[in-house]
Design a protein around this ligand. Structure first.
Ligand SMILES: Nc1ncnc2c1ncn2[C@@H]1O[C@H](COP(=O)(O)OP(=O)(O)OP(=O)(O)O)[C@@H](O)[C@H]1O
Ligand SMILES: [Mg+2]
Length: 302
């Protein structure tokens, strides 16, 4: 399987949803190949790649979303011990989560939606470009952990913006019981799909910031945009974002075929204070180190 397709396959969270959905449909996931999974993604994937014919075209129809309902279901998907079938309208809900919860990557529970920021009205965001007034977004659900992850991610977003790091407009959706993190999608612009690739897809063995910059140079990223990447590097070090693995950097292609760095995302405090030190090392190295960076390491990279 060529690595550029890797971003389109369901990731940790997407597979969790996929597996629960398959269970409800008596589909054995052991017999599903990567191609089968891509066919289920169909035209619903992130970025611009589409896989035709889709295994289930009806998955692509937009529908109205009740965030609280979707959130409840996402919570039960997280807690695999609870059966989806215990829900009041299992089929309807599990189909909904499947349609909006399988394509976006990452480990944390999330969904792709089209949101009207004025009215908070929400539609699913699989394929269709939004109606006027609706913005394509990723919603990262409140996980109700001891640590308020979504609030921390939002405060890091504010800090990063203040430091001049390019990030998509983001906000917190605060309800009585939960605070969800919302971020606008950079792979949808003016109703069009934008081709994106993570560093992982472009250079699967990359495990250092040197690899990140080497890849950026290879695809012709302009110095001004490399400066953004360097700012992001410094912010990751200063902010304790140790979850800086190669899927947390992306490049996007303009309509003229020129590559650009994508806005930064998943910028948050990812040190676990209760874990031993060796667990809190950066995922990617700088100057062959993955902790205790000094100014000289960053300057060496620069
Ligand atoms: N604003 C955005 N627009 C388009 N795609 C995005 C955006 N933000 C994130 N993504 C894509 O979705 C994936 C998951 O997002 P994110 O990294 O925020 O989730 P996560 O679950 O916190 O990840 P992790 O597993 O690294 O903790 C990213 O790897 C990236 O490919
Ligand atoms: Mg991530």
């Amino acid at each position: 399987m060529p690595s550029f397709i890797a971003d389109s396959l369901p990731d940790h969270w997407g597979n969790k949803v996929f597996n629960e959905w398959a269970k409800a449909h008596n589909i054995s996931t052991r017999n599903l190949s990567a191609l089968d999974r891509l066919a289920y993604i169909g035209r619903r994937g992130m970025g611009a790649l589409e896989f035709l014919p889709p295994a289930a075209e009806e998955m692509e129809q937009p529908f109205k979303v009740e965030i609280t309902e979707l959130y409840k279901l996402a919570q039960s998907a997280l807690n695999e011990a609870k059966s989806f079938k215990a829900e009041a309208h299992p089929d309807l809900l599990i189909e909904s989560l499947f349609k909006v919860g399988t394509s976006a990557g990452g480990r944390r529970p999330k969904a792709i939606i089209n949101l009207n920021k004025e009215t908070n009205e929400c539609y699913s965001g699989q394929v269709a470009t939004p109606m006027a007034g609706f913005v394509p977004m990723i919603i990262k659900f409140d996980e109700q952990l001891d640590v308020p992850t979504t609030r921390i991610e939002y405060s890091y977003y504010l800090m990063a913006r203040e430091a001049g790091l390019k990030m998509m407009p983001s906000s917190l959706m605060v309800g009585e019981k939960a605070a969800h993190f919302l971020t606008e999608r950079f792979d949808r612009q003016e109703g069009k799909k934008i081709h994106i690739q993570t560093l992982a897809a472009m250079n699967p063995s990359s495990d250092s910031y040197e690899d990140l910059f080497e890849t950026a140079c290879r695809i012709g990223i302009l110095p001004s945009e490399q400066k953004q990447l360097f700012l992001q590097t410094v912010m990751n070090v200063l902010g304790g974002n140790v979850d800086d693995h190669n899927k947390n950097f992306s490049f996007l292609m303009g309509s003229d075929g020129v590559w650009h760095t994508a806005p930064a995302y998943d910028y948050t405090f990812s040190v676990d204070p209760s874990a031993p030190g060796y667990m809190n090392r950066h995922s990617m190295t700088i100057n062959n180190k993955n902790s205790d960076f000094e100014r000289s390491d960053l300057l060496e990279l620069a």
